[in-house]
Write a protein that binds this ligand. Structure first.
Ligand SMILES: Cc1ncc(C[n+]2csc(CCOP(=O)(O)OP(=O)(O)O)c2C)c(N)n1
Ligand SMILES: [Mg+2]
Length: 1008
């Protein structure tokens, strides 16, 4: 029996056009296979079949208008299992769960019968202990619970007590800050299996070589700069990871991903030197990259593509980029594209760096998404560039509260092992009290001023504490180490972080900036900038770390590398071998994605006939088609920060689902509709919420998956063009450095197509920002075939040819008809311009008209007026990219200047316009500088028009008139330019101004 398949609930839409019919009679289809594509004036969406079976007849054709209930096809042998039934089932599944939640919630609100009781007035202790005996009883009880049932039970009871006080009206939340001591008590520390003596010697050599590298470079040329103090404070944090935790990528394992703090780069080079991965010559060329064989100042994959993976020296980027990297790794795993190997992402950050909004801005996502593959190590050396991070407070405590509040597992590594016996010995509680009350400004001074100072100013505050250290010498007190410099404490913390499930972990490690630098830079305010150690300082550094160099060698600032057979080198290499290979190292073994069949884009090369659509819709259509290509479908990563509906992409929700690591725990409010909000563990769309920075980081993670996961992906991130580069330019720059491959789509671009939104939304410069990134290719197409050619070429270059480039393409929301592709214009589209149309039948005067994006259609209309009303011929050029034209112009000009004796080569612009007659008028929907970029490569009169000034809300027509880029202004300015060149009389321009009501006294838009 045949079953009718009809249009389901499509929301508010009525009478929607069918633009594709994807089945024919006789086709056997599966459930959810698309039957037709519908397109409204805003979006297009596929209608999937609710049943499997054989199509017996088609009831619609392309161009038909349908509404909810319209019959599309008849299907035979359909499975009888009805959707309704499964929905009911789903509802039943959900109910008990919901009931449980309601019950639990009800239980927590214990409604005690209200009894009238006399009003009590409580004592206000203001932090002091008003009843020490009672306090002691409580503490004894707590001790008893801990020894009988453990600390988890104690914690449970405490939480219950706090909940109880909350119900009784206390509004003091449970504190998220613990005492200023290590999170892991000594007795719970997992011990490192390493040989501490050898590890210390290795670490010392790395320290020396790292410092020597900076000093040497600056001896050669003080311009070069560099940092010693940052790595000096972090050496142990890196070494423990390198020796024991960080597993490299190899043919058996995907590798942990380590985001190294940018300013600690010398330390990574120094280790790679000992490992034999870098030569002495390279070390000698630290920060001297121009002649090759240099080492880049910071982690720059662009400059050292086989070494560095993550460009994070711009503070704050590392944090958020690594969070989204961890999230994207889980996304790939949940989608079944990547094996779950429990790989970890480690991120090293400075404590000063945590001031950046990007550093903390996405930590909520990390816990929400349960990113237990993510470990932050924040090097709390208490200093940044100018001075203390929190002189009057305690950065570790502050960060503890923030991260714990956000749902992270927090591990504080404050004190080294030498403190353990003191903490154990102190029964008065005064030591912890003193640790708690000192501020970071004091802690910084303690490490700059020596043991006697610490005795007086730290322990000396309380006589019992002074007594506690009375048998210790000043030297002993000085040796009381900080957690981040103690390999045992660091090992235990890393081990705990590795084992944490269901939460990301942050390790807050207290260290000393410039550790070991002595008076030249240990814990003093100038440490960060210290790069020129004098002889005396170097000798001190050598002695402090027992480097086997003679005084003479030290004075020559020589590097030290023990022989290949030495214990140190053998140990170091062995440890890395055990952990799978080198770190950092950048490689890619990804299989290239095959380019899609040309058929996919075929319909886009044809005229749209009467059908009007925007380039945004064209793009969405193309993506929908790409999702039907087997090679591409699973690799597409659509990324949208809460704008899917703006761009007509809600059809993707139903088709490929929104990624949600826990699936969908609720019945969506629009579940009856075709494009319902479908969240899925295997969902493909990254619906980021309102975070352009986060979306950009997802895009970078996906666009570098070819190296970080050996998996090519095609990320395509759509945003309001004004909230793209302008908002996240630093990430875009880092994306270029990281060699991200993907598409950035600036939607609703230009200043006059996004009509109603006004000043903050209208973009007149994103293409100029794009042009500053050397490996970003950008286009501003007008017609569907242009977009199709560009997209196709992007896929070919980034995936077939494996070029390390990315694309910025602007699309618009203005609906219009699209013509058929003119013959032989593909090359021109890609090179930046092609001849769209010639108006050649009129008179003697000719003009060249260049337009792009939204304004090309105004240019075409202007050409028609000039021809019809003024007998002026023109060539109309569609300029798909002024940026590409400029790049070519620059390249050719340079070549010609370098070869003065040779016949000059012509730039592409000259090739296009050289033999054409007439002055040139160019207009775009961007500020004039965009079109002006080609001015140097044109030897003729050139007039450019654009949308300089603040945007404002109004209709498109008014906006184009306001910015003087509508057809009437273009006609008028063209006539005036021709008059200026004495090719026609000025009266024509004057007449046009009258006719078009152009007010000469209207101020230039930049002042309005
Ligand atoms: C966005 C940005 N702003 C400023 C700088 C310049 N800068 C480099 S290091 C630094 C201080 C870093 O302090 P911290 O994060 O505490 O790192 P530490 O060197 O102390 O480990 C500053 C301001 C930068 N690299 N990036
Ligand atoms: Mg710091």
């Amino acid at each position: 029996m045949a079953t009718e398949i009809s249009v389901p609930d499509i929301g508010d839409f009525e009478s929607i056009e069918i633009i594709e019919v994807l089945v024919k009679p006789g086709d056997v289809i599966n459930k959810n296979d698309p039957i037709v594509t519908l397109e409204s004036d805003k979006s297009s969406v596929e209608v999937p079949s609710p049943l499997a079976g054989k199509i017996s007849s088609l009831k619609v054709k392309i161009g038909d208008k349908v509404s909810k209930g319209s019959v599309l096809v008849l299907i035979e042998d359909a499975e009888t299992k009805s959707e309704q039934k499964s929905k009911e089932q789903k509802k039943e599944d959900i109910l008990p769960e919901t009931e449980k939640i309601i019950k639990q919630a009800e239980q927590t609100i214990v409604q005690k019968p209200k009894t009238e009781s006399p009003k009590k007035v409580y004592a206000r202790p203001n932090g002091s202990d008003i009843d020490p005996i009672e306090t002691k009883e409580w503490l004894d009880s707590l001790d008893a619970v801990i020894s009988k049932d453990g600390s988890d039970r104690a914690h449970y009871l405490l939480k219950k007590l706090i909940d109880e006080t909350y119900k009784e009206g206390s509004h003091r939340p449970l504190t998220r800050i613990t005492p200023y001591i290590n999170t892991i008590p000594p007795e719970s520390e997992i011990k490192s299996p390493g040989d501490q003596n050898i590890e210390r010697r290795i670490r010392s050599l790395i320290r020396w070589n790292a410092a020597a590298m900076v000093v040497k470079a600056n001896k050669k040329n003080p311009e070069l700069g560099g940092h010693i103090g940052t790595f000096a404070s972090a050496a142990t944090l890196y070494d423990v990871g390198m020796n024991h935790f960080w597993r490299a990528k190899n043919n058996k394992f995907g590798g942990d991903l380590i985001y190294f703090q940018g300013h600690s780069a010398p330390g990574m080079y120094a280790r790679a030197f000992l490992e034999g991965r870098l030569t002495e010559k390279q070390l000698n060329n630290f920060r001297q990259e121009v002649d090759g064989e240099g080492l880049s100042s910071y982690p720059h994959p662009w400059l050292m593509p086989k070494f560095w993976q993550f460009p994070i020296v711009s503070m704050g980027l590392g944090s958020i980029m690594s969070i989204y990297q961890a999230r994207f790794t889980k996304y790939l795993i949940n989608r079944g594209l990547l094996k779950d190997e429990d790989r970890k992402i480690w991120t090293f950050l400075g404590d000063g760096e945590m001031d950046e909004p990007e550093s903390l801005g996405a930590i909520g996502l990390a816990s929400r998404e349960k990113l237990d593959n993510l470990i932050f190590v924040i090097n709390c050396n208490l200093q940044r560039l100018d001075g203390p991070v929190r002189g009057n407070g305690k950065i570790i405590q502050e960060l503890e509260g923030i991260f714990r509040g956000a749902g992270w597992n927090v591990i504080k590594v404050i004190w080294g092992s030498y403190w353990d016996h003191l903490l154990a010995k102190d029964k008065s509680g005064l030591l912890i009290k003193r640790m708690n009350e000192c501020v970071d400004g004091e802690y910084q001074a303690f490490k700059a001023k020596g043991g006697a100072y610490v005795r007086e100013n730290f322990f000396g505050k309380y006589s019992k504490l002074k007594e506690l250290v009375s048998t210790m010498t000043d030297g002993d007190i000085w040796k009381l180490n900080r957690g981040g410099h103690d390999p045992h404490k660091v090992y235990a913390a890393y081990d705990a972080a590795m084992k944490t499930k269901g939460q990301p972990t942050v390790i807050l490690a207290k260290t000393i900036k410039g550790y070991g630098m002595g008076k030249s830079g240990e814990s003093i305010n100038i440490t960060h900038q210290q790069k020129k150690l004098g002889e005396e300082d170097l000798l001190y550094y050598r002695d402090r770390f027992d480097i086997p160099l003679t005084d003479k060698q030290v004075k020559n600032v020589e590097f030290y590398k023990p022989g290949e057979k030495s214990e140190e080198i053998k140990y170091l290499k062995e440890r890395r071998m055990m952990l799978g290979g080198n770190i950092p190292e950048r490689t890619s073994y990804a299989k290239p994605i095959k380019k899609p069949s040309k058929d996919i884009f075929k319909s886009m090369l044809k005229s749209s006939g009467e059908h009007k659509m925007s380039t945004t819709m064209v793009l969405v259509r193309m993506l929908t088609s790409l999702l039907r290509d087997q090679n591409i479908a699973s690799k597409l990563v659509p990324i949208i920060p809460d704008e899917a509906r703006t761009f007509g992409m809600e059809g993707f929700f139903q088709k490929i689902g929104i990624y949600a690591h826990e699936g969908q725990k609720y019945e969506p409010v629009d579940s009856e509709q075709l494009s319902f909000y479908r969240e899925d563990k295997k969902g493909q769309v990254l619906e980021e919420g309102i975070t352009e920075a986060g979306a950009m980081c997802s895009w970078i993670a996906a666009g570098t998956a070819y190296t970080n996961h050996d998996l090519e992906m095609i990320p395509i991130y759509l945003f309001y063009s004004m909230f793209g580069f302008q908002r996240v330019m630093d990430f875009a720059w880092a994306a270029g450095d990281a060699q991200t491959r993907g598409f950035l789509i600036g939607a609703t671009s230009g200043k006059t197509t996004l009509a109603g939104e006004g000043l903050q939304h209208q973009d007149g410069h994103s293409h100029l920002l794009a042009s500053t990134i050397p490996n970003c290719i950008s286009y501003d197409p007008t017609f569907s075939y242009e977009l199709a050619i560009i997209l196709q070429e992007g896929l070919r270059r980034m995936h077939d040819k494996q070029e390390n480039i990315f694309y910025y393409i602007t699309v618009m929301n203005e609906n219009y008809q699209h013509p058929e592709m003119p013959k032989d214009c593909e090359k021109g589209i890609l090179k930046g311009m092609y001849l769209f149309k010639e108006f050649n039948n009129k008179g003697k005067t000719k003009i060249q008209l260049l337009g792009c994006g939204a304004i090309l259609r105004e240019i075409i209309a202007a050409a028609e007026i000039l021809s019809k009303d003024y007998n002026i011929d023109s060539d109309v050029w569609s300029v798909t990219s002024f940026n590409e034209l400029r790049n070519d112009g620059m390249k050719i000009e340079r070549k010609n200047l370098l070869n003065p004796g040779k016949k000059p080569e012509k730039s592409y612009i000259e090739k296009c316009l050289g033999n054409k007659e007439g002055l040139i008028v160019a207009a775009s929907d961007y500020i004039k500088t965009y079109a002006d970029q080609i001015r140097p490569y044109i030897s003729r009169s050139f007039y450019s028009f654009g949308t300089d000034g603040y945007g404002r809300s109004d209709g498109r027509k008014n906006l184009r008139k306001f910015f003087e880029v509508d057809k009437e202004y273009i006609v008028t300015y063209a006539l005036s330019a021709l008059a200026k060149e004495q090719l026609i009389s000025s009266k024509y321009a004057e007449e046009a101004m009258k006719k078009y009501k152009i007010d000469k006294d209207k101020p230039i838009p930049t002042v309005l």
